[in-house]
Design a protein. Sequence first.
Length: 146
Amino acid sequence: MKKLLPLLAVCVSVIHAGDSVPAPSVPARDAVAEAFVAKPPAPVHGKNLWHISLTTLAVSNALDIQSSWGKHELNSTLASSSGNFGAQGALLKLAFQGGLAGVEYLLTRHYHSSRLYRTLAIINFGASAGIAGVAAHNYTVAPPGR
């Protein structure tokens, strides 16, 4: 469990690192060349909200993993052979979240729209709320053997 939280932090950091690298600037030599120089896209409203929503999704998944660890898992996909939640389930949850973040990144990579960013943020905040609710419930469930 102590290794999963740093792994989750690294995964989220890698996702955000791709957006923080500045594009190299190419000086234009004349008016004709300036027309062909790629200009960076104008800032789009909602991108920071989308980044925050990805962070809340990562935090709620980390809380759910921590609150479920070693307890009986009702979802058979995430349960180990003993029926408890463990490393196998945690890795699957991280893979699902990484896949979702990857698909969202690919959607926003070429289509910069504030409406798209806001829609994805709403989806992520909704998923975060649901997962956080499950995590809160898991904290009320006693671990096996108590």
